[in-house]
Design a protein around this ligand. Structure first.
Ligand code: HEC
Length: 139
């Protein structure tokens, strides 16, 4: 009887964990899908549809060694608060200005679009939460 209860318990734990894992995967997929819309509506004007950037004016996001090498917090900060000054991305120098994300885009939009970028064009993956955006936006 005890063994039976034990195995029942194990089974329950496996199901519970399985569900959590797929819920997380689903949340991330939803974030990426929503983020793609924000990208197309806003970021694409400069960074282009394929994330390749434009000549020496707009740096690439596709396979960006800049995104890969910087802490996630830095990337969030740049996207929501803006970025200027010389940077090197994939061996090319850029010295432009990216303005702060307009206020009509919510913290959730920001989390989604950065998650989209992290999971597209060979970038390192991962996810950005609304709380992580809140912690740096406007600071
Ligand atoms: C009006 C043009 C413009 C828009 C719109 C724009 N950016 Fe940028 N972005 C730039 C420029 C210019 C730089 C380089 C700034 C510098 O030289 O310091 C940059 C740099 C970056 C970088 C760091 C460098 C790299 O290539 O890895 C990231 C990441 C980034 N942008 C993401 C985004 C995301 C995500 C959005 C949409 C939410 C966005 N940008 C919208 C112009 C833009």
């Amino acid at each position: 009887m005890k063994t039976f209860l034990k195995s029942l318990l194990c089974f329950g734990v496996v199901i519970a964990f399985g569900n959590t894992a797929s819920a997380v995967a689903q949340d991330k997929a939803a974030q990426i899908a929503k983020g793609e819309k924000v990208y197309k509506a806003y970021c694409q004007t400069c960074h282009q549809a394929n994330g390749q950037g434009l000549s020496t004016v707009y740096p690439p996001l596709a396979g960006s060694d800049y995104i890969k090498s910087k802490p996630k917090k830095e990337i969030i900060k740049s996207v929501v608060n803006g970025l200027k000054g010389e940077i090197t991305v994939n061996g090319k120098k850029f010295n432009g200005v990216m303005v702060a994300l307009p206020k009509n885009y919510t913290d959730e939009d920001a989390a989604n679009v950065i998650t989209y970028v992290y999971n597209t064009w060979g970038n390192p993956g991962g996810a950005v939460t609304v709380a992580e955006v809140k912690a740096v936006r406007g600071k």
